[in-house]
Design a protein around this ligand. Sequence first.
Ligand code: ADP
Length: 287
Amino acid sequence: MELSISDLSKTYSNGVVALKNVSLDIPTGLFGLLGPNGAGKSTLMRTIATLQEADSGQILFGKIDVLREKNEVKKVLGYLPQAFDFYPRDTAYNLMDHFALLKGVRDKKIRHKRVEELLKRVNLWENRKQKLGTFSNGMKQRFGIAQALLGNPKLIIVDEPTAGLDPAERVRFHNLLSEIGENIVVILSTHIVDDVSDLCANMAIIRKGEIIIKERTNVAINSLKGKIWEKEIVKDELPAYEDKYYMLSTRLFAGKTFIHVFSESNPNNGFSLVQTSLEDVYFYYLT
Ligand code: ADP
């Protein structure tokens, strides 16, 4: 099933235009929605998850009219909020059992089996008797995924999932998302470019409520191939370079300053061609 968003707009009561005619077709698999803080990602995610209203536009998930048939959406949706930081005094097992009950799994044996299966899947079975308040951020996120998977969702929304995870937790979380994203729509909203380049075959960039590019991730990267140039400079020279070149990013590494610029042809002057990354694409469209 595909998620199809057309002309979605939202202005908050304080006048902030959070979404402006957003149109996106999101196929099965992992989809990355990238954008800086304040771009409108959470507003879009929360609207798809039926947690808030849009002013105009339409969202279809298969045949479900998402903005009108909220109960139908809830049957197929798994939502993982920015931080799964609730219920610190409950153990992982009891809480999952409780959520499963809320999802309507009344039979105790079936519920136990499902809870066990999901906690094992996210690698938390060993920690099932531990209270959520004692979990690391990564464990909380994995618990969040497990509860989002209750009820076999067809659409999963994850909002800023890897903020606060250490590298090992991040890898584990990525693997988990890749596995579940094989047959269903998983939307990953994030400002972390590497999350999208590592995981998502399709992506979009949103800025100030508008989608500025939607593309297959490798196509977006290839479109800037041969046009991204790098140079090590002295920090004081930065303003002069900013004046002269189409500057994308500055990186400090081991006390040295490296810049990336966009140029159709070789800018010479000591620049060398680099392999284009999604980060270059991101800055190209946001600059
Ligand atoms: P992101 O998730 O990309 O950081 P948000 O969707 O949270 O972006 O916010 C988009 C814009 O809408 C921001 O300018 C934010 O300050 C504003 N905004 C978000 N929620 C509200 C709200 N409830 N009331 C008013 N403005 C809001």
